[in-house]
Design a protein around this ligand. Sequence first.
Ligand SMILES: *Cc1c(COP(=O)(O)O)cnc(C)c1O
Length: 355
Amino acid sequence: MEIKVELTKTPKAKPQDETKLGFGHIFTDHMFAMNYDTGKGWHDARIVPYGEISLSPAAMCLHYGQEIFEGLKAYRRADGKIQLFRPDENYKRLNNSARRMVIPEIDEEFMIEATKKLVSIEKDWVPHTDGAALYIRPFIFATDPYVGVRPADHYLFLIILSPSGAYYSTGLNPVKIYVENNYVRAVRGGTGFAKTAANYAISLKGQEEAHEQDYEQVLWLDGVERKYIEEVGSMNIFFVIDGEVITPELQGSVLPGITRKSALEVCKSKGIKATERRITIQEVADAYDAGKLDEVFGTGTAAVISPVGHLKWGDKIMTINNNEIGPISQMLYDTMTGIQWGKIEDTFGWTTPIE
Ligand SMILES: *Cc1c(COP(=O)(O)O)cnc(C)c1O
């Protein structure tokens, strides 16, 4: 499919101070858009000036939440070239989310091409500062003006871009995490494995209560027995117990993170034992009491590796590795960011250059 391009006549000034970018506030000059209509399929692929969209107040996405999204980044390498990290995995996952939410799939190669073309047009927006990158947000939502419940017949697929600052401006600071005992995020058979807006909407209340107690993020337990660990707000979770790296297995309620998958592959390539299995919060607390809980960290595109310094479960507060980043967390961070920013050789074949 051909991608039409309409360039803006009023380009915005690029942010001058890249240390103040933050996350998700600033958007570039252009976006990718494509429509779907039943009978016609996906059509009218185009890159147009970034701007507001008009939507019927009855648009189905606003009422029943038929929406899916992705999140990836374009990195400026040390040699000045720009690259993506495993975009094939993001678009495979978008189609997986699409199937769960009864949204029509899109050819994965085409979505990668569209992303490359958009980023290439916006290449001057890719930050130059170490650790900063251009965040890419592809998303699809239902637009039919109809206040009834059924899968829609009309969808819009957009890709927008946002320059984002270094996640750790002052080094890898460990986060404080709180084990959620009241609310649940997902159950097997539900939508936990899909990247869909609803999963986030229902997580806000727990997140708010964690903030009230001065904790940054929530660690979710399984929705049935409330004892198996699932994941953190927007990150997967890893434990290092007695030298073994453990992360909860994917059983339908955990989001299959690409950083999670990459971290497991890096561990295996370095000969570190890494296991995907069910793990209870009790097992983690017991390991802590036995002095065997070496490290805890989250993984996700935003932070890459986020060491956990404090873990609160009911009245029990666990301080992990003296609230300092541990050796496996540091190794994973250095390896993955090294590949992403082109400082070390990509022996895994994970990067895709933007021409
Ligand atoms: C996106 C996301 C992650 C992390 O996935 P990555 O592909 O590593 O960025 C983890 N948990 C949830 C709920 C997510 O939405």
